[in-house]
Design a protein around this ligand. Structure first.
Ligand code: FES
Ligand SMILES: [Fe+2]
Length: 559
């Protein structure tokens, strides 16, 4: 009894009060058989729950025994307790159901949210892709634009190049015209001097004087006394110094140029080099040594130099960085050229080849004991031939009443001899080119080289070795008798002829030199047939004075 009373006192009031509270707030439509889920749009969506049987339990509250205010016996107390338990069970099921409903609803919202998020993500990805692709497209477009702009620039550059070439051609033409006009003026003055007095040619220094004054004193070019130190301006030219055929891979060719000793040899790839012929160690001449793998090797202690003058081997001692002087050295058209000057070399080497149709038959080198200017004076003069070369090519020539050198071309250093069929040119700085018309070998006939069927072409290079020494390079070409190239010993025969002719000149020039050194002027009284020689002296004088005007007149010859 006390147990029943206690149970009633403890459980009933609590269970009943809970039941009432729940009932007042809970409202489920359609009982337990159907779940009602609120849709996204606010409507109800009915679904058959898989948990229907679990929650299909009758609400026990309608059958609760009515014992309120009464004293309960044992059975009644047990009944009340049973109903109370049933109610708790039912209530628990309802709570679970509520939780499940809420859970499903949360899941649904979650699903919707995730879907929306997925959609947003997709949009973001699409956006990002578009944002990535757009700059690429823009960049692709700009590369295309750049290409087009580059092509336009290249066209403009080509046009600018053309303009430069045209301007160069215009300047060149203007210079030619200027040179031609100067020639005309000079020729006019020469004619005046030859008709108004003795057969006298005045030097450049008198050309600017008024005619009345210029006729008064007989002034001459002054080439007398010991040869002065070579002027630096004269060194700023390309000088041919050897024939290619003479410089083998193991050859050391010593040469003097402007009073300095040099040695030519071929480097590793066969390219020629020109270095000072004095070892940096103790001044031994390098040409006494040997060639070792493209380096010249001093015979004294074995130092080896490359073509740029760098010492690359120094046996038996700690290696030192040593360099000897080397000159710009190139090979062109069968000749080795050097640039002895301090100015930067001009980019183009002159061409000294004979005209097409000629074949080279002889290349001869001689060292002559005369100053190179005196030898050039001699080579640029043809009037002496019937007097001097009576044992060689001019044997039997008659002496003309008048010999002239005519310069019809723009260059005052190039022309032809009258009455001889010989064209001649002084080619700065020290070359003489001549073409001799020969109707029969050994015979001079006709008035001009064009009238002759066959020709001999000569190149004389007078390298200024020292004040009394010239290195002469002689090349002879023919436009006939090619068979002569294959005749044995013909080279020796050509050398014999060349030396014989030269010796006829040399004894005279040596005599001139002796007088010159003693103070006599070797150009004391120039006459009209001395024109080419005088012009060489005028050219040399202007170069040595550094005169831009007259120098530029001859510059085009180097192009
Ligand atoms: S002098 Fe040339 S290595 Fe000594
Ligand atoms: Fe001569």
């Amino acid at each position: 009894m006390s147990i029943v009373a206690a149970a009633a006192a403890l459980s009933l009031p609590i269970s009943l009060s809970r039941s009432n509270k729940f009932h007042a707030t809970k409202c489920l439509r359609g009982g337990f058989g159907v779940f009602a889920i609120i849709g996204e749009e606010g409507g109800l969506v009915e679904r058959k729950s898989p948990w229907t049987s679990l929650f299909d339990v009758e609400d026990p509250r309608a059958k609760v025994p009515q014992y309120k205010g009464k004293f309960l016996d044992v059975n009644q107390a047990l009944e009340v307790a049973r109903y109370d338990i049933q109610y708790c069970d039912w209530k628990a099921r309802q709570d679970v159901l509520t939780i499940m409903l809420l859970h499903e609803k949360v899941n649904y919202h979650l699903l919707v949210t995730i879907s929306l998020c997925g959609l947003r993500m997709s949009l973001v990805i699409v956006f990002v892709v578009v944002e990535v692709i757009n700059p690429l497209a823009r960049e692709f477009k700009s590369i295309g634009t750049l290409r087009k702009e580059l092509a336009d620039l290249q066209v403009e550059l080509a046009q600018a190049h053309n303009q430069v070439h045209i301007s160069e051609a215009r300047v060149s033409t203007a210079l030619d015209k200027l040179a031609y006009m100067e020639t005309l003026v000079t020729d006019k003055i020469l004619q005046d001097t030859s008709t108004t007095g003795p057969d006298l040619l005045l030097p450049s220094s008198t050309l600017s004087l008024p005619p009345a004054k210029s006729r008064q004193p007989k002034r001459s070019i002054n080439v007398s006394g010991p040869v002065q130190p070579y002027n630096d301006h004269l060194k700023n030219f390309w000088y041919p110094v050897a024939f290619s055929a003479g410089l083998k891979d193991d050859t050391m060719m010593p040469i003097d140029c402007f009073e300095e000793p040099w040695v030519l040899f071929r480097g590793k790839e066969g390219k020629p080099g020109c270095v000072q012929n004095t070892c940096a160690h103790r001044a031994c001449p390098l040409d006494l040594g040997s060639i070792n793998e493209g380096r010249i090797k001093c015979p004294y202690h074995g130092w080896e130099y490359s073509t740029d003058g760098k010492c690359e081997k120094m046996p038996s001692t700690k290696f030192l960085n040593v360099k000897i002087k080397a000159l710009p050295c190139f090979e062109q058209e069968g000749m080795i050229w050097i640039w002895p000057g301090n100015d930067p070399p001009t980019p183009k080497l002159p061409s000294l080849l004979p005209p097409s149709g000629f074949q080279i038959h002889a290349e001869i080198v001689m060292e002559l004991p005369v100053e190179h200017g005196l030898l050039l004076d001699n080579l640029l003069d043809l009037a002496h031939a019937p007097f001097t070369h009576t044992s060689t090519f001019a044997k039997g020539w008659s002496v003309p009443s008048l010999v002239k050198f005519l310069t019809p071309s723009a260059s005052s250093l190039q022309g032809y001899w009258d009455p001889y069929p010989i064209d001649m040119e002084f080619h700065p700085p020290c070359m003489v080119l001549s073409t001799i018309g020969i109707s029969k070998p050994g015979k001079l006939q006709g008035q001009s080289t064009r009238e002759c069927a066959t020709h001999l072409h000569q190149l004389h290079v007078c390298l200024p070795s020292s004040k009394q020494k010239t290195r002469l390079l002689y090349r002879m070409s023919l436009d006939f008798a090619p068979i002569l190239k294959h005749v044995p010993f013909m080279q020796h025969l050509w050398r014999y002829f060349a030396e014989k002719v030269l010796n006829e000149d040399l004894r005279l020039v040596l005599g001139q030199q002796e007088r010159m050194l003693n103070g006599t002027n070797v150009w004391n009284l120039p006459v009209s047939y001395d024109k080419l020689g005088v012009r060489y002296r005028q050219w040399r004088d202007s170069v040595e004075r550094g005169s831009k005007e007259l120098h530029s007149q001859y510059n085009f010859l180097d192009q």
